[in-house]
Design a binder for this molecule. Sequence first.
Ligand code: GLU
Length: 479
Amino acid sequence: MRLRFAPSPTGFLHIGNLRTAICNYLIAKKYNAQFVLRIEDTDLDRSSKESEESIIYDLKWAGIEWNEGPDIGGECGPYRQSERFEIYKEYTDKLLQKGYAYYCYCNQEELDEMRKKGISENKSFVYSGKCKELSEKEIVKFKNEGRKPSVRFSVPEEQTITIDDLVKGRVRFDSDNIGGDFIIVRPDGIPVYNYIVVIDDALMKITHVIRGEDHLSNTPKQMLIARALNLPEPLYAHHGLMLGQDRGKLSKRHGITSVEMYRKEGYLPQALMNYLAMLGWAAESGEEIMPLSDIVEQIDIENLAKTPAVFDFQKLKWMNGNYIRDYPINELTELLIPYIQQTGYNLDGKDTSWLENVAGLLRGNCEVLSDIGNLIGIFMEDVVEPDEDTDKLLREDYSKKIIEASYKLIQFSIDEKNYSDNLVNDIKNETSLKGKKLFLPIRAILTGRIKGPELDKAIPVIGFDKCRMRIEYMFNKYI
Ligand code: GLU
């Protein structure tokens, strides 16, 4: 079994394409298949080396590995379509010779005319086949005019093309309804996707093509070409697409769509892999957070999403938070450091154990790694300005009692060495408050927030000096 992922390097890696890559990768893992990365860069105007590099970077970051590809080579290379033009040319010659394809000299104006006619008759554009039977004389005339021909594939009439799609089931197309004779090589000599994908899949010995259902309508064209060239046909599996909450095509207006942005916001690749892999199907146990090995065991081509699945940003966030909570603390700390620095905090002088301690205390409140930027202030600032909810709480009478008691303690009676063990208890004894009325104001005074890390663990990390400054600050502000 051989699978492939074939991105076009015309921009960043879209989250929807990452999902296709993940499906291929997991199925390859399941069946111990070879997995090929092929770069489809024949759109020379829109393709770029930077895009290819960023796609490869993001795929690797996501944890996807391939056995053959442009970066590592392999026995069916080259793996960039732009390096395979010679190969395609041979096949084009074959198609022309055998009459499966012909030169088309129609220029833009003539094609526009046909398009207009189609529109006026309420039909979609179908090439008229005008150049199929050109006489020698006409050809010479066009050549003398300097016209550059495209090559069109001659679509056979009245044929039913049946796809036994591994996900969608049997799908039938009528050759008369696939848009007529289509271009396989443009006038500038560049062959088009629908054509060369067939040659590459065959020469790269791809047995299963797993891709989004937006390519289903291309499949009959690809099958006709394979048959004309007598090339082996892969099995097809078209999975449902990913939609936004409004069931429209997932785009920027729904949220972030580039894998790079997910990476930068601090999603963990494991969470993204888990979420995307399971979009559209559910584990028998109902579990949603599953290690890769379990997903590989349960996923299969037949249970890839048959219908479009809505991409739920909130759920992905929730899942990411879960992964953050379970991540090995030393690795998580390494991942968090750049986000802390990005927020502008200098970590000089903070040793690993301090950082790990802080990461351990705050990870429960992080859904994405970048959340750390809003939280770390508790341990870095001298005083923390209360947010709106905290401000409201601190204006309550019982809070004021606590502010006064803690101020008194910190000024007069607390033993600096044992403050972290005694502070809460001393305030409790002094005010006789308990439960939420005790703990929430103390948290609010010491952290400026009403939610956050476990207080008894946070207090020693905040340190005596900062606790004192914050109590004084709140005293001056609220009393
Ligand atoms: N280059 C195509 C794309 O990115 C690949 C489609 C296919 O998998 O055949 O959509």
